[in-house]
Design a protein around this ligand. Structure first.
Ligand code: ZN
Length: 157
């Protein structure tokens, strides 16, 4: 496992056994031909290969973060769930640091806790409108926020 060839996807080069979720880290930074920069964050809710989020929870967190985060930043390009259901990727315009993004994420999750519905959880606006859990999303958000002071600690040591 330690002599894996270098892979194209940044997170495939991350040893997921060494991380300590929840955490926030920069997964990628891309300078575009015009000179603009994009920053991709790894927002990890649960410990890889130990715990994962329910699919309804992932889906509702996706909707809620995608909608509410744009009230706190005009630079959000994308919020996408990880297929392993342990977290999300958030893509932002600009050369961002964890210190820049953490307050945006915190404000987003506080909105989410105060919300009384999952936005766009219906058959018109979503591909599986019935597949949602507001309670699950709020529980996961609360647990993530409870660990706010250690978001910048990515590894266990
Ligand atoms: Zn949806």
């Amino acid at each position: 496992m330690t002599d894996q060839p270098r892979m194209n996807v940044e997170s495939f080069n991350l040893d997921h056994r060494t991380v300590a979720a929840p955490y926030l880290r920069i997964a990628d930074r891309k300078e575009l031909p015009g000179g603009d920069v994009l920053t991709k964050f790894d927002v990890r809710f649960t410990q890889p290969n130990v715990e994962h989020l329910d699919t309804e929870t992932v889906h509702s967190l996706e909707h809620m973060m995608a909608e509410h985060m744009r009230n706190h930043s005009g630079d959000v390009l994308d919020v996408s769930p990880m297929g392993c259901r342990t977290g999300f990727y958030v893509l932002l315009v600009g050369d961002r640091t964890v210190e820049d993004f953490a307050p945006v994420l915190e404000a987003t999750l506080r909105d989410l806790l105060a919300a009384d519905e999952v936005p766009a959880a219906n058959e018109v606006q979503c591909g599986w409108g019935a597949h949602h859990s507001l309670e699950g999303a709020q529980t996961a958000a609360r647990e993530f926020l409870d660990q706010r002071s250690v978001w910048d600690q990515v590894t266990a040591d």
